[in-house]
Write a protein that binds this ligand. Structure first.
Ligand SMILES: Cc1ncc(COP(=O)(O)OP(=O)(O)O)c(N)n1
Ligand SMILES: Cc1ncsc1CCOP(=O)(O)O
Ligand SMILES: [Mg+2]
Length: 211
């Protein structure tokens, strides 16, 4: 039973691009994307605050679900729609502050044990990865593949799920066929020869998410 300890998200979040700049967010919102993440790595809070503020304002203007990766203090300070955290991030995060501020929470998982940890926090959604090999992030674990992804989705039943890692346009139909509610992608859009066409094609397959 889906009873998160944070505000709920729709069962299907649809196409979920993960990008590292406000420029990318603007382009994607203009193309019709409604679930997105700002993922900037390895900077101090004061170096990213301006971008976080601009991203949150854009998300509001487009009535989009804009998640801030990692920078949970800034996400709270500027009232983002949500925050995305990995397992290691969870160890250094004040979850009750996120909860008290009314932000949605997404949590990364890579195996059954990490799903146990994620479920214990009762987040708004659970991300499952990495499904396929990825060049975008160095991963200590092996790709889980479609078989394990299906098993995890079955276990999570009515929990909103997001698949991530190596998901290309060509692989999108088989990932969606496993019953996942959302596909999070980086390179399928940012490295595409024609990012707009790629986004439109991915949106046609994964949708914008439920209301
Ligand atoms: C939707 C989604 N899923 C997984 C991740 C990865 O989060 P994390 O494991 O904390 O790694 P970093 O992105 O912080 O490097 C994500 N960002 N988004
Ligand atoms: C941030 C992140 N977390 C797990 S895989 C990944 C990167 C996904 O990027 P791509 O879609 O290019 O494989
Ligand atoms: Mg993280």
């Amino acid at each position: 039973m889906y009873q998160p300890d944070f505000p709920p998200v729709p069962f299907r979040l649809g196409l979920y691009p993960v990008v590292d700049s406000v420029e990318w967010l603007t382009r994607l919102l203009d193309t019709g994307v409604r679930t997105l993440q700002l993922r900037i790595k390895d900077k101090r809070d004061d170096e990213v605050e301006e971008d976080v503020i601009a991203a949150i304002a854009l998300g509001r203007r487009y009535h989009a679900r804009l998640f801030i990766n990692d920078y949970w203090r800034l996400a709270i300070k500027h009232q983002a729609y949500g925050v995305h955290l990995g397992q290691e991030d969870l160890e250094t995060t004040d979850l009750s502050a996120i909860r008290a501020a009314g932000l949605r929470l997404g949590v990364s998982t890579h195996d059954d044990m990490e799903i146990n940890v994620a479920l214990a926090t009762r987040p708004s959604y659970i991300a499952l990865g990495h499904v396929f090999p990825t060049q975008t992030k160095q991963m200590p674990s092996v790709p889980q593949g479609l078989e394990q992804l299906t098993r995890h989705i079955a276990r999570l039943a009515d929990y909103p799920t997001v698949a991530i890692g190596g998901i290309s346009l060509a692989r999108t139909p088989e990932v969606l066929a496993m019953g996942v509610g959302s596909i999070a992608v980086v390179s399928a859009i940012t490295q595409a020869a024609d990012w707009r066409l790629a986004t439109e094609q991915l949106l046609a397959l994964a949708g914008v998410g439920d209301e």
